[in-house]
Design a protein around this ligand. Structure first.
Ligand SMILES: [Cu+2]
Length: 361
C-alpha cells in the first residue's frame, strides 16, 4: 500500500506543479449541476468549431450519494422520469477542459430507481442549445434498441416512451446514437437504472453511486488547456483518461471529497461501466466485496468475499462491504496504470474506533 500512496502523491504533485492547486472544489459545490447564467461563458478560442454554442459549465462530477432511496413498497407504481441532455465544457482535470456530453449535466447520469413491475413514462429532452442528436438505450427495457429509436431527439426536441420494468437488476443506460455512440458514451452519456426485485434489497447503512468511463483526448493526462476528442485514439482504444464520475481523482480529499462512512456500517456500492471499450477490474483496496452481484444481477444470490470483479463496458456491479476497522478504502480498476497515470480513483474514508484484534500496526 505504501508504494501506492507514494506514487499517488507524486501524481498529485504533478498537478500542483501544473498550477492546479486552486482547483479543489468543496463537495457542497457538487450540488450545482444545473448551469446558471454565469456558466454561459462562450469559449473564446481553441475549443473546436462548435465551441461558440457550447457553454462552459460547472464540473460534471456526480455526487455519489445523490441517489434515490431504497424502495420499501410492496405494490407497483407509475413513474414519470425525464432526463435532459446537457453539453458543456468542464474541467476533466485541474486546468484541463473537455466538451462533455451528459444527461442532466452529470457523469454518470442520474441513478434511476424503480421496482420490478413498475411502469415508466420516460422522456428525453434535448434543449435547443445542443449541437448533436442523442437518445437512450436502457438495458432494463424489452424493446427495439432498448428504446433508442423511440427517444432519438434532435436539438430542440423531446420524446417520451413507455415501458414496464419487467426484470430486476442494475442496468446501464447510455446514448446509442448512430454512428457515434462510442464517442457520446466516452464523453459522458451513460448512467444506471436500478430495478429493485419485488422483495427489495438488503438493508444497508449507506449507498454510493459510481460510474467509470474512459476518455479519448488529443493531449495526454496532465496537459492543460482545452482537450479535443481524439477519434484515432478511440479507434485504437488508447484513452488519455480513465475516470470515476467524470473527473481525474474525482472522489478524493484533494478534489471533490472522499465518500464517508463509519466503522461498523455496511455499505452498498453501485458501479456502472460506460466504457465504451475498457473492462474494469473493480477492487476495493483494503477491503473486499462481502456480497457481490456481478453484472448487477440482483435476481441472483450474491457471491461472497470477492476481491476484484470484472465489470464489462455496458454493464454494472453491485457490492456490499463491511467496515470493521477505520481506514481509507481506495476504489480502483486493478488495471493499475489507469489509476496511476490516467486519473481513476475514488476513496471511502471510514472513521471510528480501531479494532486491534482485526488490524493493528
Ligand atoms: Cu448522445
Amino acid at each position: 500500500m505504501k508504494q501506492f500512496d507514494i506514487a499517488d502523491m507524486s501524481r498529485r504533485n504533478l498537478f500542483r506543479q501544473l498550477g492546479a492547486g486552486t482547483a479543489a472544489v468543496a463537495l457542497s459545490g457538487l450540488a450545482l449541476h444545473t448551469a446558471n447564467a454565469a456558466d454561459m461563458v462562450k469559449v473564446a478560442t481553441g475549443a473546436g468549431k462548435d465551441s461558440g454554442r457550447v457553454k462552459h459549465g460547472n464540473p460534471v462530477v456526480a455526487k455519489p450519494t445523490a441517489i434515490p432511496p431504497p424502495i420499501h413498497r410492496s405494490h407497483s407504481i407509475h413513474h414519470k422520469i425525464k432526463l435532459s441532455v446537457d453539453e458543456r465544457y468542464a474541467e476533466i482535470a485541474p486546468g484541463a477542459f473537455f466538451k462533455f456530453l451528459t444527461f442532466n449535466g452529470q457523469v454518470p447520469g442520474p441513478m434511476l430507481r424503480v421496482r420490478e413491475g413498475d411502469t415508466v413514462a420516460f422522456t428525453l429532452e434535448n434543449p435547443t442549445g445542443s449541437t448533436l442528436m442523442h437518445n437512450v438505450d436502457m438495458h432494463a427495457i424489452y424493446g427495439s434498441g432498448g428504446g433508442a429509436p423511440a427517444t432519438l431527439v434532435h436539438p430542440g426536441e423531446s420524446k417520451t416512451e413507455f415501458f414496464t420494468a419487467m426484470y430486476p437488476g442494475a442496468f446501464i443506460y447510455h446514448c446509442a446514437v448512430v454512428p457515434n455512440m462510442d464517442m457520446h458514451i466516452s464523453s459522458g452519456m451513460y448512467g444506471m437504472i436500478v430495478v429493485e426485485p419485488k422483495h427489495g434489497l438488503q438493508k444497508v447503512d449507506r449507498e454510493f453511486y459510481l460510474g467509470q468511463n474512459e476518455v479519448y483526448t488529443d493531449k495526454n493526462f496532465g496537459a492543460q488547456g482545452t482537450l479535443q476528442f481524439d477519434w484515432t485514439r478511440m479507434i485504437a482504444e488508447d484513452p488519455a483518461y480513465v475516470l470515476f464520475n467524470g473527473a481525474a481523482d474525482a472522489l478524493t480529499p484533494g478534489r471533490f471529497g472522499a465518500m464517508k462512512a463509519s466503522v461498523g456500517e455496511t455499505i452498498r456500492v453501485f458501479m456502472v461501466n460506460g466504457g465504451p471499450n475498457l473492462t474494469s477490474s473493480f477492487h476495493p483496496i483494503g477491503n473486499v466485496w462481502t456480497d457481490a452481484w456481478p453484472q448487477g444481477a440482483l435476481a441472483n444470490p450474491p457471491l461472497h468475499y470477492i476481491q476484484t470483479q470484472s465489470v464489462p463496458p455496458g454493464s454494472t456491479f453491485v457490492g456490499h462491504m463491511k467496515l470493521p476497522v477505520p481506514e481509507t478504502i481506495k476504489l480502483v480498476d486493478h488495471a493499475l496504470s489507469r489509476v496511476m497515470r490516467k486519473g481513476l480513483l475514488a476513496e471511502i474514508k471510514v472513521s471510528g474506533a480501531a479494532n486491534q484484534r482485526i488490524f493493528r500496526s
